[in-house]
Design a protein around this ligand. Sequence first.
Ligand code: PRX
Length: 646
Amino acid sequence: MSAQPEPHTAETFPPSADFAAQANATADLYQAAEGDREAFWAGQARDLLDWAQPFTETLDFSGAPVARWFGDGRLNAAYNAVDRHVAAGLGDRVAIHFEGEPGDSQALTYAELQERVSRAANALTELGVATGDRVAIYLPMIPEAVIAMLACARIGAPHSVIFGGFSAEALYSRIVDAEAKVVITADGGYRRGKPSALKPAVDDALAKGTPVEHVLVVERTGQEVSWTEGRDVRWNEALEAASPEHTPVDVEAEHPLFILYTSGTTGKPKGILHTTGGYLTQAAYTHRNVFDLKPESDVYFCTADIGWITGHTYVTYGPLLNGATQVIYEGTPDTPEKDRWWQIVAKYGVTILYTAPTAIRAAMKWGEEFPARNDLSSLRVLGSVGEPINPEAWRWYRRVIGAGTTPVVDTWWQTETGGIMITPLPGVTAAKPGSAQRPLPGVSAEILDDNGQPVPDGGSGYLVLTEPWPGMLRGIWGDMQRFTDTYWSRFPGRYFAGDGARKDNDGDIWVLGRVDDVMNVSGHRLSTAEIESALVSHPAVAEAAVVGATDEDTGQAVVAFVILHGDAGKGETEELMAELRGHVAKEISPIAKPRSIQAVPELPKTRSGKIMRRLLRDLAEGREAGDATTLADTTVMEKIMQGLKR
Ligand code: PRX
């Protein structure tokens, strides 16, 4: 669902005078960054992080498009996220309030976190993990997920977190691509009121042959798991046996911190590489300024899973770097009832909430009575991320969840950007529902036309980032050519984000959504090509085309068109289509399941054989198909339509 500018409403929501007066970020921040951008970022890096060896160089872009930020500095991410707060006397502050789906809870202070992370780092070392080795993490949203990430960072072993909803197949390809040595998983986690297994997917993935030597297994649900002696190790036992003392390994600023796989325009997921110093600077800076974090008094709650970039930057790194107290919730928002999040806000006195438009739209549908039966008065900043937020949802969010008073920050960014890039500042910007508005101080963005020229106010085009930023990806794991081709070739020298955007008459940016073959379903990024290749891996399917169709609930929905082999599906198409949907879930993830699959006699292709998805999208969205004159066979659309009517 694209947020469309509302040309006739000039309504904006400026911060209250009280909020503006106490805000971390004032209008001066824009000025500070304007003069000398690099000096501005160097200042942030020095103010917000502790460096084991201070840097003297800020940016080296001579190896463009790979940037080096703070290149001669050394630091450790886990030390910055945990130890230094303990050293500063804040060991008793709660770092994590964990709320399990069944209702169990636990509070972990910074001192306790330091001990657990140290033990886990020692346990990983004991299993043979050394600085530079990759560790795969496949866990539910439990404190161990954060502890595992920080334990890896502590020894300089890049982590590769794989979302717990991904299948064994997806897990396998990511483990192999990153050549992970160890997998950290759990027996399972709680979802929708029952235990949901994780370990079997790891067993299946490893059975296919991987470089993994050990599997560390957290006990969460107590469900039975199969056990491979010598390979599998119990997390609890390993941590108990390990020393609670561990010296963090200082690494170069450009040392890889993590790889996170995301969907691109081809079938193969991209391992987005982030390094240490620049990424952490951007994480801490954005978390402090965009959410106006006051670590002494705020209680922060981000609903993202650590399997996504939002969980990396705004659950694990940003909040902990800033010494925040945060809530982590394991389960779904409607378990046991549709007010679970609102109960959590009331129980912990959450002051800052960061979630996705799809969740807000679901809450709107469920009704105001659910938020209304909880005390939400502690909330003072609301954030949105993952997809364009439609103005109606924005207004509902502010009115119903934010008592009609809180700032709402619509934050645009990507796995690749590492942290927030375009957003209002809560104490400065007069917010416009549906618009991400302005690049943050220190960030340079433009909207370009087909010829690479900036569009005037009122125009639309391609969203690009024109200057390097500290949190930018440093490449695609194992495929630097793809890195250059994907992001830097459309407009040489500038980073093309893959999104279309519009500038309104005030110069504010409205992100309209992807202009490439990437879909955004409930804020989850999916590739059309990846789902197509999953479909054709089923014996009944000869060819497949997938499009993202506008959907009221999920923003976009996956709609597939398939050509079946010979007799496949004759007389029992419905069962076959159900089977194909299940097949996609098994090959990729239930989140990739097509909303509908239609059998067609042919697919619309250009003379060069490229599928014209635009025409299929017209059909999927119930419109008359647009201009079909560039098709190799102009009668194809007619044949498809006839088939669909039958
Ligand atoms: O299309 C944009 C959309 O999500 C894409 C990035 O997806 P991912 O890498 O999974 O990261 C999501 C969380 C940062 C973008 O290319 N997107 C993200 N935030 C917004 C958005 N679209 C519009 N408005 C946003 N605030």
